[in-house]
Design a protein. Sequence first.
Length: 233
Amino acid sequence: MKAHARLTACFDGSRTVLRELRSMAPLTLFPRRGRGPAAVVHLVNSATSPLGGDELLLTVRVGPGASLRLSGVAATLALPGLHGEPSLSTVDVVVEPGGSLEYLPEPTVITARARHTAVFRAEVASDAYLHTREVLVLGRAGESPGSLTTSSSVVRGSVPVLRQTLPIGSALDGSLAVLAGRRVLATDLVVGGADLPAASGEWWSRTPLAAGGTLTTSLASDAVTALRPFASS
């Protein structure tokens, strides 16, 4: 299955309005009613996806001065294809001058035998704001995970802020590779917000980025624990 959902938010002088809202199963976008300064949209995977062989694309555009919060409502399950086909999900973001985007999806669970690639690309104006979070769960309870490659590329103005690719999943002996035996990896990226100093604790760290922004990374045995360090970020 190939699907492309699109979302465009613009500022009309008093509030943010949605100029384009196009869902395509399994990617469904639900706007929340209200007349606040920011637009709020919920992202729902309306079918079992991504399934091996799927190619899913979400395009988000935030116009000058607009403010958008895009959040998930339930975890995403990456599932294997019938013949071991890989799946791909891509999020392509542009935030124009003075714009603000919070992209906060729910966790992605990499189920047994799945082969999934997740790509996040963002172009952010030098005076724009971006907050995005990714929570990856290796396998359901009692299940060995499949494999995942996650890739992030964020450019602010014309300067790269973050370019990172990480393959994670099952080692040959069935153990959890890369994550030191923990099942959950959570990352939180803020670009254009207040500068925060470097900090760390048990299995988490916060790193200021050379081109501006802050990246916080957390490892844990469950999603709730993994998200705790972000409360103070």
